[in-house]
Design a protein around this ligand. Structure first.
Ligand SMILES: Nc1ncnc2c1ncn2[C@@H]1O[C@H](COP(=O)(O)OP(=O)(O)OP(=O)(O)O)[C@@H](O)[C@H]1O
Ligand SMILES: [Mg+2]
Length: 301
């Protein structure tokens, strides 16, 4: 393919992403520098928490972890396969009404590895954004793999109008060190940081009630203060969270009265607060732009 037709193809792809995303009101990505800290768990449960706000069918999850997709298992969609038609590809729909797409839906089996370099991963993410028929969505949550590599970079570049990122960490100093990279990465790409979530924060023994800080405590708040970003809250280590994920049922829906769900819903409230402020800021910007154009028109007279 020559340079010109490659550029035209890229432009066409960007136009299609723009069209598809016009119907998606909010886009939020979940990232962290480190692996295994609970990003996929937080993504699925954020989606589930919003589904309870009368948004059945209006929430989507894009599993952007191309080589280690986990969202289908946690959402109860393991074994699902998607196929494209001329109009695009319909997403899978979870038992709780959450729409989702994942590389796992296109692999011949659970054991099939994806051994791809950066450009192919970017192509897959482009197609998830442009070819999935999401329809009208209130929220699209994007689950990213650990680190600041190909997938997060592709998402940030392809969705410049994203609302922001939620950064997940565990309290240990090792994890905090890596969070700094996630914060600088988001700042360099001009993506707003909604805040930091401290997951796996303390464990209460179900037998004796004693509290143990297995990975330390307060690391999320400390790093948020040091870096000047909002702290959204803590989620304790809870064996139920892990069991629910393994069973494919989001814990916020399965155990609405648990301590973990209560902690999680406080985080959701803060994210809603961020979005409300953002809407207000946009309205103020819009009206001051209108004032400016009115003023200009007056001067032109
Ligand atoms: N608060 C918690 N209490 C108990 N178990 C948890 C908690 N949060 C996550 N887990 C468990 O920890 C494991 C890792 O979580 P998860 O897959 O969400 O992490 P991740 O950051 O997405 O990992 P990766 O970097 O590989 O994408 C899972 O088995 C999950 O069920
Ligand atoms: Mg994950």
């Amino acid at each position: 393919m020559n340079k010109k037709s490659f550029e035209n193809q890229q432009k066409e792809q960007q136009r299609r992403i723009k069209d598809a995303m016009l119907k998606v009101k909010h886009k939020i990505a979940v990232i962290s520098g480190k692996g295994g800290v609970g990003k996929s768990t937080v993504t699925v449960n954020l989606a589930a928490a919003f589904v309870t706000h009368e948004l059945h069918g209006k929430i989507g999850i894009l599993d952007a972890d191309i080589t280690g997709p986990c969202v289908p298992k946690i959402l109860g969609l393991k074994g699902e396969h998607l196929q494209g038609g001329p109009a695009g590809i319909a997403p899978a729909v979870s038992p709780y009404g959450i729409k989702a797409t994942s590389m796992a839906f296109f692999l011949p089996s659970d054991e099939s590895p994806v051994i791809w370099r950066g450009p192919l991963k970017m192509k897959a993410i482009q197609q998830f954004l442009s070819d999935i028929i999401w329809g009208d969505l209130e929220f699209l949550f994007i689950d990213l793999p650990p680190g600041t590599g190909d997938e997060p970079l592709s998402i940030m570049q392809l969705l410049p109008e994203m609302d922001g990122v939620v950064i997940v960490t565990i309290p240990s100093e090792v994890s905090q060190e890596v969070v700094k990279k996630a914060v600088s990465f988001s700042r360099k790409l001009n993506v707003p940081i909604i805040g930091i979530v401290e997951n796996m924060s303390g464990f209460v023994c179900p037998e004796c009630g004693a509290e143990y800080d297995i990975f330390g405590s307060g690391g999320g708040q400390k790093i948020a203060d040091d870096l000047g970003v909002p702290f959204l809250g803590k989620i304790p280590i809870d064996p139920q969270v892990c069991e629910d994920s393994d069973r494919g049922t989001p814990f916020v829906l399965e155990h609405p009265d648990s301590k973990s769900t209560k902690a999680f819903m406080e985080i959701v409230e803060k994210i809603e607060g961020f979005l409300k402020n953002e809407t207000r800021r946009n309205e103020v910007d819009d009206s001051s732009n209108k004032d400016k154009s009115l003023h200009l028109n007056e001067e032109e007279k």
